[in-house]
Design a protein around this ligand. Structure first.
Ligand code: PLP
Length: 442
């Protein structure tokens, strides 16, 4: 097991570490070194690694049936998982469309929105509105709605045209003379202006992460923002698509982050924590009225992938969801989330290079600044985020740093998304190692 490798890795200039085993919140590499997985990979491993109940469920499923194509069959396990997801979804959600990951979920939601309007006789609706400093995935449709100009730049000729508006980014954008609520109203007014410019009757959907994830480091919505967005969308017959691929499935302390906002989207994308990394799986949860339009119309969603509703993926996700329910893990996320918030405040509350600590539950962002007073970010050429990552890895810690300016905004940040099963002692160790890594990197 050594370089060179023939896998086309996402970065080709550095040798890769080999992960050889995982247990609880720890991964072990080929040299026997262990790493605390404080980011759940990319906010995926909600139950940690090697959870016996999930492993057993996957074994049982593969002994019975691994794969049956959905143009011929459904399976009991897919139906059971759909029942669990709908029973726990916000009221009004009626069906689940399975896919294999987050980008596929977003892609399916965008196409579902488009076909919905074709089905109901409004084919003139062609526009999406989304937000800057957002991430919705890497396939072309998902990349187009994503709000990271750098990621989009070289693929622009291939992308659909999307209007982007400001996200909720209180730390940088709320003026000192306005309350959080007033700031939210200003953002909704901006969205309203964008809708008016496009013509409300021409817009299909507004797409947003309920809690922003990787791009700007856990952007939480201000009170009332999503309620006002929901009302605005309803006024114009525009669908609300909430992307909860990263922030959903318990990560913020409720199963869906939108529960805390008191809104129900028309379409909601989930992935990552749905299967907890045991299998690639994602889904779109759809409101009954959207599904009814298809049922009463063509009866055929013109979209699909070979592996959708894969039986082992569904078995893994079903087991993950049952463990979360059985072990009261949502409550644990809320408790441990508070503990993590306190630990982060103690470690970084007065840190000269930490501008903002934010997040909910076990989903936390730390924004780094060269100067706290002016909020000036570090020179992107320093690649602070990459240095934090390598210092953290050297001390046996996995965190999810991102950096460089995004649309000329925000600098380096670190995202934490530890498994729901993390113990108080493990959270203390995570924060201690992170504090050391940041100090050495800065
Ligand atoms: N949407 C959000 C909010 C995400 O954070 C991500 C991935 O980080 C995606 C979509 C894309 O998911 P995937 O990487 O599984 O394709």
């Amino acid at each position: 097991m050594s370089s060179p490798t023939r896998v086309f890795h996402r970065q080709l200039h550095k040798p890769m570490l080999f992960a050889v085993s995982g247990q609880g919140i720890t991964l072990t590499d080929q040299a026997g070194k262990t790493y605390l997985d404080a980011s759940g990979g990319a906010a995926v491993s909600c139950l940690g690694h090697g959870h016996p109940d999930v492993v057993a469920a996957m074994h049982a499923q593969i002994d019975q049936l691994a794969y049956a194509h959905t143009s011929f069959f459904t399976t009991e396990v897919a139906e059971e998982l759909a029942n669990v997801l709908i029973d726990t979804a916000p009221a009004g959600m009626s069906h689940v469309y399975f896919v294999s990951g987050g980008s596929e979920a977003v892609e399916a939601a965008l196409k579902m929105a488009r076909q919905y309007f074709v089905e109901i006789g409004q084919p003139q609706r062609r526009h999406f509105i989304a937000r800057r400093q957002s991430y919705h995935g890497n396939t072309l449709g998902a990349l187009a709605v994503g709000g990271n100009a750098w990621r989009r730049e070289q693929f622009k000729p291939l992308l659909i045209d999307v209007t982007h508006v400001s996200p909720c980014y209180e730390y940088r954008d709320r003026r000192t003379d306005e309350t959080a609520e007033q700031y939210g109203q200003r953002l909704v007014a901006e969205l309203s202006g964008a809708i008016d410019r496009l013509g409300g009757e021409n817009v299909m959907a507004f797409v947003a992460e309920t809690v922003g994830g990787a791009t700007a480091g856990v952007l939480t919505p201000v009170p009332g923002y999503f309620k006002a967005v929901r009302e605005l969308c309803d006024r114009h017959g525009i669908l609300l698509i909430l992307d909860e691929v990263m922030c959903g499935m318990g990560r913020t302390g409720t199963l869906h982050a939108c529960e805390q906002e008191g809104v129900t989207p028309d379409l909601m994308t989930i992935a990552k924590g749905l299967g907890g990394g045991y299998q690639p799986i994602g889904a779109v949860l759809a409101q009954g009225r959207v599904v009814d339009a298809f049922r009463q119309g063509s009866g055929l969603f013109q979209h699909g992938h070979t592996y959708l509703g894969h039986a082992i993926a569904c078995a893994a996700a079903l087991a993950v969801q049952r463990v979360i329910q059985r072990d009261g893990l949502l409550e644990q996320v809320r408790e441990r989330g508070q503990q993590l918030e306190t630990l982060l405040q103690q470690a970084f509350g007065d840190h000269p290079h930490v501008g903002d600590l934010r997040g909910r539950g076990l989903f936390r962002g730390i924004e780094l600044v060269a100067d706290r007073g002016s909020k000036q970010w570090f020179d992107p050429a320093r690649k602070l985020h990459a240095r934090i990552k390598s210092e953290a890895m050297a001390s046996g810690l996995m965190v999810y740093p991102m950096g460089g300016t995004v649309d000329g905004r925000c600098g380096d940040h670190v995202l934490l998304a530890p498994p729901f099963i993390s113990t108080p002692a493990e959270l203390e160790e995570i924060v201690a190692r992170l504090a050391g890594a940041i100090d050495r990197a800065v």
